[in-house]
Design a protein. Structure first.
Length: 315
């Protein structure tokens, strides 16, 4: 199979039929063998009913329905697990991503040997204050922190070599950082393509300003995990050594001063240096314990289901 199109969605009943027809037209005109995987992330409208209708009409349509809303990352994880195409395309269900971009994205993966190609919505039709400016700040921070030189990390329209989606673990809200996850997994041939962005045709956006706050917090998380996720003792142990060294230095100073330099002076417990020494040694010990616990958890963790599937279609 040439292409798997993975589409996570939440309450997009108005756009699904139009999106399906558009994708099918592009695929058939380019003679691609394909599948369209809709992942219903707990919709409360008629989205699932429409997906069922589409699957009866077109056997290339497959559906996954979550028991409740688990989030876009979990939806992508489920779609990636089921995808069978040599190239996997992700796109949003709101018709803001243009399916006409798919053939060129496919060719960049197949003929130019990219591991991942991310869309860049250079000209956007979103609110400048609500989305554009926060997005620019977010992308700048992501570039500086991750070293991945993309202009638009959060564009839903992306193309992947099949090996990428089968070897990265998209969880939490890490869908924003899939290029970073891919780089950390060893897939370094990451490209970018300017794509056409369209104004939302139906309904309202599901994202608010809180996603940018969460995005920056997730950026800190992924930076930490990429640097110390497999060796937490390297961070906490280093901080522990630093704190203990400061504490012991103050303790030695207080001891020498009391025994040899000023034996008739104040009690050690009456001096502020005593409390600095005590506090830093306690903190150093706690950092060491945190590092040991992190190593133990890392070695004993087990995979757990992060979502519950209610129904599947055509798998």
């Amino acid at each position: 199979m040439n292409i798997s199109v993975v589409i996570p969605l939440l309450n997009e009943q108005e756009s699904l039929s139009e999106l399906h027809d558009w994708i099918a037209k592009v695929m058939q005109s380019n003679r691609f063998s394909y599948e369209i995987i809709f992942i219903d992330d707990g919709s409360t409208d008629d989205s699932w009913s429409i997906i069922k209708q589409l699957s009866h009409k077109d056997t290339n349509v497959k559906g996954i329905r979550f028991l409740k809303n688990f989030g876009k990352s979990q939806a992508l994880h489920a779609g990636f697990a089921k995808a069978e195409g040599d190239v996997v395309i992700t796109m949003d269900a709101d018709l803001q991503d243009n399916p006409e971009e798919i053939p060129e994205l496919y060719n960049m993966i197949i003929t130019e040997n990219y591991d991942l190609v991310s869309g860049w919505k250079k000209k956007r039709y979103d609110s400048v204050i609500a989305k554009n400016l926060p997005s620019k700040l977010f992308n700048w921070a992501a570039r500086r922190t991750s070293g991945v030189k993309l202009n638009d990390f959060n564009c839903g329209l992306k193309a992947y070599n099949k090996n990428v989606v089968k070897h990265i673990d998209v969880n939490g809200e890490m869908h924003r950082y899939i290029p970073v996850l891919a780089k950390n997994a060893g897939f370094i041939n990451i490209g970018e393509k300017v794509v056409q962005h369209q104004a939302r045709k139906y309904g309202e956006t599901k994202f608010g300003m809180d996603r940018f706050i969460n995005g920056f917090l997730d950026l800190i998380t992924i930076w930490f995990l990429s640097r110390f996720g497999k060796r937490p003792m390297h961070l906490f142990g280093a901080l522990g050594v630093l704190m203990l060294a400061i504490g012991f230095a103050f303790a030695i100073y207080l001891g020498i001063d009391k025994l040899f330099l000023n034996p008739s002076g104040r009690l050690i417990t009456q001096r502020p240096q005593f409390y600095i020494a005590l506090t830093t040694m306690i903190l150093g010990s706690q950092f060491f314990v945190a590092g040991f616990l992190g190593e133990i958890i890392l070695r004993s963790k087990r995979d757990k289901n992060r979502y519950l599937v209610k129904q599947e279609l055509n798998f």
